[in-house]
Structures are given as C-alpha cells and as structure tokens.
Write a protein that binds this ligand. Structure first.
Ligand SMILES: Cc1ncc(COP(=O)(O)O)c(C=O)c1O
Length: 432
C-alpha cells in the first residue's frame, strides 16, 4: 500500500481539538474500489441547463427544461403561492415529521383535484393516496409497488417518453417495454400502432399513460381514442398507470386535463396515478406530489396504502411539509383555488400565444413545410422533428439549448425570441 504524505507538516488546532496541517496532502489508498466507478454522462434533460449556464453567448436560449418562465424569461412564483406562504408563515406551524402517508389536508386536496371532489370513489373510500416527493418520487413508489405486488408484469411506456421513466422502473428492477406512440411522418399520434402494441402486451400488463400534455411530444389522444384505450385495458385486464405531471397545462383547465384518468375510473378500471405540483403550482424545488391508487374497495385501499407507506418508509421515511401545506391551503380554500385557476390559465395562455407566434414565423420563413404540428401539440412542449444533427446545429450555431430528441419547451420562449428561434429552426431543417 503506497501512501503519499507531505514532508513538512504545519499543525493547526481546530475548535474540537483535532489537529491538522492545511498544507498536508491527505493520504489516499491506491487500491480504492471507487477507482472502478465510471463517469456517468450528464442527465439528458438537466444537463442541457448546465450547458446553457456555462455558455457566454448573449443570444443563448434555454428551451431544454420544462419549467415555466415569464415573458421576461424569468422563473415565476405564483401570486397565490405567495399568499399561501404568508398564511403558513403567520400560523407559525411546527416542523414535526409528517405521518408516512403525508399531510391529510394535502392528500384530500390532491385526490379532489384528480377525480373531482364529489367523485363516488372518494365517497366509497376506495382511494389510497400517499403524499410523495413530487412526480418522480411518486412514480418511484409506484414502481416499488409494482416490483413487490405485481411481480413479473411488464410496464409498457410510450415511445418516446420522458427519459426518467426508464430509469425509475429500471432502477426498481421492473421490466419495461415501449409501445408505439409517435408517428414521424405525420408528427402526430400513431394510434393504430399504440393500440396494436397494447393489444399484443400480455394480459395484466401495466400501461403507463401521460394524463395530459404528453412529454416530450405534446400529442395526446383525443377523447374517442382515450375511450378506446380504456376499453382495451378492460379487455386485456391491463392496469393503467397515469403520470399526471401537467394537470392544467394542456388546456389551462384543471378539470379538462384530468378527463382521461377520470374516464378510466368511471369505466370501472382500477388505476394507478402519480401526481405532481411542480409545474401547475410552480413548486418545482419543493417536491410536492402524490402516488394515488383507485382500487375496487375500501378494504383493498387500506391494504394498498399500508404497503405504499412501507415502501416510502424505507425510501425517505416521510415527505416534506412545506410545499404540501402550500398546495393544501390553495386547493382547500375556494378563493385561493379560484385565483390559482386564473393564474394557471394565464400561464397556459402565454404558452399558447407563443405557439401561435412561432407557427406564424415558421410559415413565413419556410412556407413550403407543414408547420401545423406546432399548434396542434399541447402543453409545455413542442416535438419539432429536428434530428440529433439538426439539434447540434441549433446549439452550436444558434446557441439554442434543447434536448437531443428535438423537443423544445415553449415555456422558455417569449415573443421577442420567436423570430430568432424560427430562423434557427429553418436553418437547421434546410442546412444540416
Ligand atoms: C412526464 C413527466 N412525469 C414526471 C415528471 C416529474 O417531475 P417532478 O418530479 O418535478 O414532479 C416530469 C417532469 O418533467 C414529467 O415531464
């Protein structure tokens, strides 16, 4: 074993009496097992922001991360969130642990938001709801539930999907496969392919569906298609697992955006749902969400919740209080709930407006190409159809940061930058 030591130690005493020499190199064991650790590539989505921050270009534009920005391209804290925070601050609540399942007022608010407060499943107490660490943590608890209680079943995810789905299920040891979703020819939904793949999946598979505003494509099934997907799940005894990360961001209406999971529950399906308040309440860093399961009876719901709690206990013990209090204050208070809806419609409206402006700019700069997909897609994202080489051109030549799959977040765009983005897209489509 070879140790490397500095030759002339200058010893300092610290407050706890332990002496050390600041100029001395600490010995490192040469045969460390950590030497084997390989460098992990940056996360494909969050890595885009890191690259954006590092760029010194004045024209740079970050369309990578799905976080809402104001027209000035600044992060946005909703007024209603500030109001709820003031109320919480004045109430001087303690910092005790929450129960494993989370804050009751939050769990009630979250289920009300998903199903509508007067839904029979709530009255029948057949909903198990666990407050968890936003959408990601909720999905992970759901994956843990699948690996323990739905052993051997495969989770089918759309191709493409939010990149973290693969990590979340894979890291829990849950097998996943793709079903067809995106049709590059039409830049639309490959509904036929999707139905064929869900049909071909073994009975009792888990079908992961985006509740609304599909990420990354911005393409959702229409109501008739949702109905057919639900009927197929019934026929095949599949378990739908809805990832609801953008409720309110597709249409600007919380109710309209919950139509798909509500339809499935109303058709009698048992449904797993992960919910997130990151986007719709702008609580990204507070990690606010829930894993919800609507099952056949109160008795089953109690048992399911007990197991979700057991999974969460070993993962993070209990969820954080602050963001859950904010969400509960807002959803459970009629006035604040109304204010939230107005602000939500404002955010969704701004995104829709820049969508329209982008389409118009693209049509005027490159009239020969069909740009209708820009406005037929919904939510925060547009899936442009740009190839990885074209995305490289967008970033290297135009300093527009976006994910390699050609997705742009319209939440990071404003009217002033529409023309610049359109120039970059046209150049990339034509010349790379
Ligand atoms: C489809 C989808 N699911 C889940 C999430 C999870 O987000 P969070 O963990 O912040 O709730 C995201 C975030 O971008 C997403 O796009």
């Amino acid at each position: 074993m070879k140790l490397q030591l500095n030759s002339s130690p200058r010893v300092c005493s610290t407050r706890n009496g332990i002496s050390h020499n600041p100029s001395m190199r600490v010995p490192v064991l040469r045969s460390s097992p950590f030497e084997q650790v390989e460098l992990q590539a940056p996360d494909p989505i969050l890595g885009v922001s890191e690259a954006f921050k590092a760029s010194k270009e004045p024209n740079k534009l970050n369309l990578g991360v799905g976080a809402y920005r104001t027209e000035e391209l600044k992060p946005y804290v909703l007024d209603v969130v500030r109001k709820a925070e003031k109320k919480i601050f004045e109430a001087k609540e303690n910092k005790e642990y929450l129960p494993i399942e989370g804050l009751d007022a939050f769990r009630k608010a979250t289920v009300d938001l998903l199903l509508g407060p007067s839904h029979p499943a709530i009255k029948e107490a057949r909903v198990a709801a666990l407050q968890s660490l936003s959408g990601t943590g909720s999905l992970r608890v759901g994956a843990g539930f699948i690996s323990r209680f739905l052993k051997g079943r495969t989770v089918y995810i759309s191709n493409p999907t939010w990149g973290n789905h693969r990590n979340i299920f894979g890291d829990e040891g849950v097998k996943w496969e793709y079903y067809r979703y995106y049709d590059p020819e039409t830049v639309g939904l490959d509904f036929k392919g999707m139905m064929e793949d869900i049909s071909a999946a073994p009975d009792g598979s888990i079908i992961l569906l985006h509740g609304c505003a599909h990420n990354p494509t911005g393409i959702d099934p229409n109501p008739e298609q949702w109905s057919q997907i639900a009927d197929l799940c019934i026929k095949k005894k599949h378990i739908p697992f809805f990832d609801v990360a953008y409720q309110g961001f597709a249409t600007g209406s919380l109710d309209a955006d919950a139509a798909a999971p509500r339809l499935f529950v109303d058709k009698g399906l048992e449904v797993m749902v992960s919910q997130s308040y990151s986007k719709n309440l702008g609580l990204y860093g507070e990690r606010v969400g829930a894993m919800v399961m609507i099952v056949g009876s109160k008795d089953v719901a109690e048992r399911v919740l007990s197991q979700l709690k057991r999974i969460a206990r070993a993962m993070y013990s209990n969820p954080p209080t602050y963001g859950a209090r904010i969400a509960a204050e807002i959803v459970n208070d009629a006035d604040m709930f109304g204010e939230w809806k107005t602000e939500m419609a404002g955010m969704a409206g701004r995104i829709n407006r820049v969508r329209g402006e982008l389409r118009a700019a693209l049509e005027s700069k490159y009239p020969g190409k069909d740009w209708s997909f820009v406005t037929s897609q919904i939510g925060m994202f547009s899936f442009t159809g740009l190839s990885p080489a074209q995305v490289d051109n967008m970033t290297k030549k135009w300093h527009i940061y976006m994910t390699k799959d050609g997705r742009i977040s319209l939440a990071g765009l404003n009217s002033a930058k529409v023309g610049y983005l359109a120039d970059a897209m046209v150049d990339s489509f034509k010349n790379s």
